[in-house]
Design a protein around this ligand. Structure first.
Ligand SMILES: *Cc1c(COP(=O)(O)O)cnc(C)c1O
Length: 395
């Protein structure tokens, strides 16, 4: 079918590729062509495609029970919430179906906390330039990307953006109306920018000083992506609230808002909800993802592979200084700042059968599955070398 005949709303510029099956880090098209998937469905396929244990968890649950709604207790949900809380700062979890819904829930919890603690005037959330929190109106307002808000009517109020990652700049924005600060420890869509452990620690201290909340959006950088279960662990501090999604479902739609007791306990019956959020199928898969990812050996593998990949990338950068400016990100959340349009690089890599993703600030984003092997990284590095050589030859 040509694009003009499609009944799919044209919100995406899709590559002319139709995948029908996958295994590990590999995807196969309708016509049997294999691609190395270093995009992982935008940091979603934590364990690659068709992982045995995730398949088993989904199959077992699908034969028992799919959905009951949150009008009833859901054992699979409780089990996953226990696992997430045991592994983090959190005491309470609200499950969602997506990252935007998790970001939205995080924003609501941050405001409600102050409303329930005698400070209903505290509603403003401070976000950062280059942030991305999803496509709901509030998530867009929080990130403040005007291009994404354009044409969608009045944006929700109570959001301000800090133009730079500087403590002084953030502190200037704090007044009696501020509820908290929202930040991705490693910005994803904005250009794979690690905000740095020192900055995260400074923000924690600033929030404590002003009695406001610190909210992390780890939708992209969480669940092992940086080599720790959560990216903020590198900074040795904790937030009050955190949104996760993408990697936690390993491909099944699932997200969550994690909070401290003090914040989450204000979300009493009737304050918030989600019909599908945390349904048995999603939570059974999420628990299987957690069981695989949340252990020292697995996270050590992520760190080893990241080091190996980044060593190769450092050399690649030296040899292709006409293509790339620097390597960014943390762990297996890799960004290459491009010197020509990143879309050229994504296309050239696709010709080499390597899938990657563009990001803001003209960055090429590379997000392998976390169980990637050294051999697969070697293949990707070769593809990068080839793509650069061909682009150069075409000039
Ligand atoms: C992808 C993303 C979101 C939105 O997730 P969706 O599942 O697309 O709604 C929110 N925050 C960050 C940091 C993301 O990378």
């Amino acid at each position: 079918m040509s694009a003009g005949d499609s009944h799919i709303m044209p919100t995406y510029n899709r590559a002319p590729l139709r995948f029908v099956r996958g295994e590990g880090a590999w995807l196969e098209t309708e016509t049997g062509e294999k691609y190395l998937d270093f995009g992982s469905g935008v940091a979603v396929n934590t364990l690659g495609h068709a992982h045995e244990k995730l398949n088993a968890a989904l199959k077992a649950q699908s034969e028992k029970l799919w959905h009951v709604s949150n009008l009833y207790q859901i054992p699979e949900q409780e089990k996953l919430a226990d696992a997430l809380c045991d592994a983090s700062f959190a005491d309470l979890v609200f499950f969602t179906n997506s990252g935007a819904e998790a970001a939205e829930g995080m924003i609501k919890a941050m405001r409600k906390y102050h409303a329930e603690n005698g400070a209903p005037e505290k509603v403003t959330l401070i976000g950062f330039a280059g942030a991305f929190h999803g496509r709901t109106l509030a998530a867009l307002a929080a990130a403040g990307n005007q291009a994404y808000l354009e044409g969608f009517g009045p944006a929700p109020q109570g959001f301000v953006q800090c133009p730079e990652l500087s403590l002084a700049a953030v502190e200037k924005l704090i007044d009696e109306k501020v509820a908290g600060i929202l930040i991705e420890p490693v910005q994803g869509e904005g250009g794979v920018r690690d905000v740095g452990t020192a900055f995260l620690r400074d923000l924690r201290a600033l929030c404590d000083k002003h009695d406001i909340l610190l909210g992390f959006d780890e939708v992209q950088c969480g669940i092992g992506r940086t080599g720790k279960l959560f990216a903020h662990e590198w900074a040795d501090i904790t937030p009050d609230v955190m949104a996760i999604a993408k990697g936690i479902g390993g491909g099944f739609p699932l997200g969550a808002v994690l909070t401290t007791q003090a914040v989450g306990s204000v979300m009493q019956p009737g304050t918030h909800g989600s019909t599908y959020g945390g349904n048995p199928l999603a939570c059974a898969v999420g628990a299987a993802v957690m069981a695989e990812v949340n252990n020292e050996a697995f996270l050590a593998h992520v760190q080893d592979m990241a080091l190996y990949f980044r060593q190769h990338l450092a050399r690649l950068l030296e040899e292709n200084s006409d293509m790339f400016e620097d390597v960014r990100g943390r762990g297996l959340m890799v960004g290459l700042k491009c010197k020509r349009p990143n879309t050229d690089l994504v296309a050239a890599l696709r010709d080499e059968k390597l899938l990657s993703i563009g990001a803001g600030d003209n960055v090429l984003r590379i997000l392998p599955p976390l169980n990637v092997t050294q051999d697969e990284i070697n293949i990707a590095v070769t593809a990068l070398e080839q793509a650069c050589a061909k682009l150069r030859a075409g000039d």
